[in-house]
Write a protein that binds this ligand. Sequence first.
Ligand code: SF4
Length: 77
Amino acid sequence: SKFTWVEKDTCIACGACGATAPDIYDYDDEGLAEVIYLSDGNKGNTEIPEDLYDDLQDAADGCPTDSIKIADVAFNN
Ligand code: SF4
């Protein structure tokens, strides 16, 4: 299983992740990315389905500040 959240302290609001994985990431009022999948609220507790794994990895690989965190267990932020 896969879980993800965005470290907003290091996100520079570049807009890449939401373009790459729009089902997983969107932006707050300041343009900082956050996980919106199934109303996760950027807590990293919502399991990402396998059909989104490619988007998930592409978004993480494309983040210029390594702000996208991915793990096999829930983050419980
Ligand atoms: Fe922020 Fe990284 Fe997403 Fe750019 S790709 S908006 S830096 S989390």
